[in-house]
Ligand binder design. Structure first.
Ligand SMILES: *Cc1c(COP(=O)(O)O)cnc(C)c1O
Length: 425
């Protein structure tokens, strides 16, 4: 039997460890001009005037909002995103104004945009490496004269009308978090042509500290642990059988190992550890990764096409929709089914490790009651979305296996696994 392939990939870990080790040993984590060098390089690569490295993508959004909105103004945004992106708007003095999403991709639906006289900005999220409907969304923003901040955290390299997403609105952010394709352990970047905004962000960043080495080591150790567990043979021999057993038998402590258990609460102040500068050590991790990005994107695109062909015309299965003018990069291949937990079990039973999307419909969460809004489509997307792996080292055979197993699930009439049935491993 071959190895099971993990649901997710930590990109470019070798580069990350090598750079971190070299810099730690030479005591030069915070020394060097590479942050400015990489910023110049990224601005040229992505095609904008300014690129500014930030502690995290969410801090990039935060700083943009601080610049664009006045205290108390509302921020038009999708409820189908990371809860911290909602909190960041609150921390910046804004009031989240949720608008519902489109049923296929979970992007802001241009037909359902909310707006008040007191709306100060709009955040557009590009999910899974698929661009949102930018033509319509930008039309709306121009009509109402509100700035657009693009959240391209999952979509570095994705294009729309030949331009990189993140450079179509007034500002855009990328993430260099460990779960993203450009991995600097953590970190982000604001892309913009607005010199005033760039100056504002740079001035704010000067108030932040260098990250303590102990904190950096903590993050590295966390990445190392996740990476080791999701690498073969450890994954196939230890992690996958354990996860599979937990999933098929409803063993909470096992399921909690991988449950992205965001302890979601409303925040009015940004976490202290968000307030540090992106380090030269991290900037040194990125140029080689940026050079590889396009070829990785191309492989993911081919993998997505294989899913498209193999999974077309299954009744009850929703495939992503590619907007006109889009060049998607498919961080994952998102599909929607009525009972994702059941399909997850079915796949796991047959040896395939897959994950559901962990974003909630934030418009419906208890902690965000002050901003509650009816977003039925976001609720539906949040309860039905699964992410099939597309990463470059995921083989054609594994994709074909996923396709066949999913087809089998639908041919069998989407059966439920009895949790009490002890299924053999
Ligand atoms: C990962 C992610 C973020 C946050 O990125 P950080 O760098 O961790 O702040 C924001 N939005 C979306 C859609 C993401 O996937």
């Amino acid at each position: 039997m071959g190895f099971s392939k993990p649901r997710t990939k930590f990109y470019n870990c070798g580069t990350v460890y090598k750079q971190a080790a070299a810099d730690l040993l030479r005591f030069r984590v915070h020394r060097g001009n590479e942050v400015a060098d990489f910023e110049a390089h990224a601005a040229e690569h992505f095609g904008c005037r300014y690129a500014i490295a930030t502690p995290l993508a969410r801090m990039g959004i935060y700083l943009c909002l601080r610049y664009f909105i006045r205290e108390g103004q509302s921020v038009l945004q999708s409820p189908y995103t990371l809860a911290e992106v909602i909190n960041i708007a609150v921390c910046a003095g804004g009031k989240p104004l949720f608008s519902d999403v489109d049923p296929q991709n979970g992007h802001l639906d241009p037909q359902k945009l909310n707006y008040t006289d007191n709306t100060g900005a709009m955040i557009v999220t590009h999910l899974h490496g698929i661009p949102a409907e930018m033509d319509e969304l930008l039309d709306f923003s121009q009509q109402h004269n509100i700035p657009v901040i693009e959240d391209a955290a999952q979509s570095a390299g994705t294009k729309y009308r030949g331009r990189f997403v993140g450079t179509l609105g007034d500002a855009g952010v990328l993430s260099f978090g460990m779960h993203k394709q450009l991995n600097a352990v953590y970190g982000g970047m604001v892309l913009t042509d607005n010199g005033d905004l760039a100056k504002f962000i740079q001035a704010e960043l000067l108030k932040f500290r260098d990250i303590p080495i102990a904190t950096l080591l903590d993050k590295l150790a966390y990445l190392l642990r996740l990476h080791a567990l999701s690498t073969n043979p450890t994954f196939s021999w230890l992690m996958f059988p354990l996860l599979r057993y937990g999933l098929l038998n409803d063993v909470d402590w096992i399921n909690n190992i991988v449950a992205v258990q965001p302890d979601i609460k409303l925040k009015h102040d940004i976490d202290d550890w968000y307030k540090h500068r992106f380090s030269p050590c991290q900037a040194r991790m990125l140029p080689s990764q940026l050079r590889r990005l396009a070829s990785d994107d191309a492989v993911r695109f081919t993998n997505a096409r294989q899913y498209f062909v193999g999974l077309s015309q299954i009744k009850g299965l929703t495939l992503p929709r590619i907007p006109e003018h889009a060049q998607p990069t498919f961080a994952y291949f998102p599909i929607q089914v009525a009972e994702p937990q059941q399909l997850l079990r079915w796949l796991s039973f047959y040896g395939q490790d897959v994950v559901t999307q962990h974003f909630s419909n934030c418009a419906d969460l208890e902690c965000f009651v002050p901003f509650r809004s009816e977003c039925p489509t976001a609720a539906k997307v949040a309860s039905s979305l699964m992410l099939l792996p597309t990463y470059p080292s995921y083989s054609k055979q594994q994709i074909e296996r996923n396709i066949q197993i999913i087809r089998g699930y639908f041919e069998a009439g989407q059966p439920a696994f009895d949790a009490k049935l002890s299924l053999p491993i």
